[in-house]
Design a protein around this ligand. Structure first.
Ligand SMILES: *[C@@H]1O[C@H](CO)[C@@H](O)[C@H](O)[C@H]1NC(C)=O
Length: 431
């Protein structure tokens, strides 16, 4: 009996263990079904739901299993394990959210591009793909300046023209400037007169002139704001030309025109500019290797260098990036003591980086022999038999302070055929 009793006891004990094991299995299954009704990855914010449901399940399990502390401990350890999983899931969700945000940003940019460029295309075969250089022109907006719009209708040719800003301080040079422009047969040019004297002078000489409205806020700010604000004025004035839908060849007045520049433009970039460079490397860019011997094996650091664009002679197309460039430069010049040419180049060339969105304007450097600065002429060209026989399109006396006599000498040399007209001048200025 005793044996039978022990056996029965053992059997019932065994049976009840099996029942308990199955019950726990089923309950755990229910708990997971409750917690992850549609799989692990589709839960957007699993943590609170998981914890709440799990706690509830634990309470139910606790009462139905008659508060067996062993089982509760088992479930507690399961709960801990699941909480850890929960943290991992949270991290995963964060990562996925960030990926989705980036993908949406990329999609947004791609859509904007498609809006501008038309249909999306597949990339062609190797060697045949070309990025877009030429941005579309803006829609002309005459309401910006109806009076200027009327003048430009008359003066511009193919919606482009040369523009120079002048006040009476540069009257002498201005006269040489438009004399050469007229001689070469250019009709599409305009002087923006910054004072009455220069406006009258232009009218007297039959030179197309545009006098700014003296009540314009930006002009009075520019005039009363000292030198820096005045150099900023150029970029604000230019903006209106672009808004009216015209391409502008902006020109300083210390420039001698020898041919018509409109026959030598590519017109494929937002900004096409003459350079302050004096040879292929400095004008068009080169890899300047910086040497730091202390770094041993990695002593050579490669850098990108290019001599600045000359902000006194550039062709600018009426596009959004062009107008953005003008705005950026004008804005900075109104706030900083800075050289307008340095700011112009920084805005044009510095790439986006943390905390800064760079400008995405396309650029082209003009041929430095055709659009020649006075360093190239006086240091190189005048001493070279071959080079001195080629006629540039323009010469800009930007490297020398004795601008007026050098302008006259350049005319003598290239226009009047005086072979030794350039000889009296030193290469550089003698302070
Ligand atoms: C400068 O570049 C031009 C055009 O690429 C080339 O014809 C000329 O030989 C180069 N000059 C020098 C000195 O390398």
């Amino acid at each position: 009996m005793a044996v039978v009793g022990r056996r029965e006891k053992a059997q019932s004990l065994c049976k009840s263990r099996v029942v308990v094991a199955i019950t726990i299995g089923i309950l755990l299954g229910c708990v997971f079904a409750l917690c992850f009704p549609s799989g692990f990855l589709s839960i957007s914010n699993p943590a609170p739901i998981l914890n709440r449901r799990f706690a509830k399940s634990i309470a139910q399990v606790g009462s139905s299993l008659c508060e067996s502390s062993e089982r509760i401990n088992l479930l507690k350890s399961e709960f801990v394990a699941t909480s850890e999983k929960n943290a991992e899931l949270k991290k995963l969700v964060r990562e996925l959210t960030e990926k989705i945000r980036l993908a949406e940003q990329r999609k947004d940019q791609a859509e904007k591009q498609v809006l501008v460029l038309g249909d999306q295309k597949k990339a062609g075969p190797f060697g045949t793909v070309k990025g877009l250089l030429t941005n579309p022109s803006v829609l002309p907006d005459e309401s910006v300046n109806p009076r200027l719009a009327k003048i430009l209708e008359k003066v511009a040719v193919n919606r482009e023209l040369i523009v120079a800003l002048a006040n009476s301080n540069v009257k002498e040079m201005l006269e040489v400037w438009f004399a050469n422009i007229n001689r070469v047969g250019i009709s599409n040019y305009l002087v923006v007169a910054l004072d009455d004297e220069i406006a009258r002078f232009c009218e007297l000489k039959n030179v197309p002139v545009y006098k700014r409205d003296p009540n314009k806020v930006i002009d009075s700010v520019a005039r009363t704001g000292g030198n820096h604000a005045v150099s900023g004025l150029k970029f604000r004035v230019l903006r209106e030309f672009l808004q009216l839908g015209y391409s502008v060849l902006l020109s300083d007045v210390d420039i001698v025109y020898l041919q018509n520049p409109f026959n030598y433009l590519y017109r494929d970039s937002d900004v096409e500019s003459m350079t302050d460079g004096h040879n292929n490397m400095t004008a068009y860019g080169y890899n300047d290797v910086f040497d730091e011997p202390g770094m041993g094996w990695a002593r050579y650091a490669h850098t990108m260098r290019i001599w600045v664009y000359n902000s006194g002679f550039f062709y600018i197309r009426p596009t959004i990036p062009s107008i953005e460039l003008l705005d950026r430069v004008a804005n900075r010049l109104s706030k900083e003591r800075a050289w307008d040419q340095a700011v112009f180049n920084e805005e044009l060339f510095f790439p986006s980086h943390p905390g800064y969105d760079g400008l995405h304007a396309s650029r082209r450097t003009m041929d430095f022999y055709l659009f020649m600065n006075s360093k190239v002429l006086f240091k190189t060209v005048r001493k070279d038999a071959k080079l001195s026989k080629l006629k540039p399109v323009i010469v800009h006396v930007n490297y020398h302070p004795d601008k007026y006599p050098r302008m006259l000498a350049i005319m003598d040399f290239y226009v009047n055929g005086k072979q030794d007209a350039l000889k009296p001048f030193p290469d550089g200025s003698e302070w």
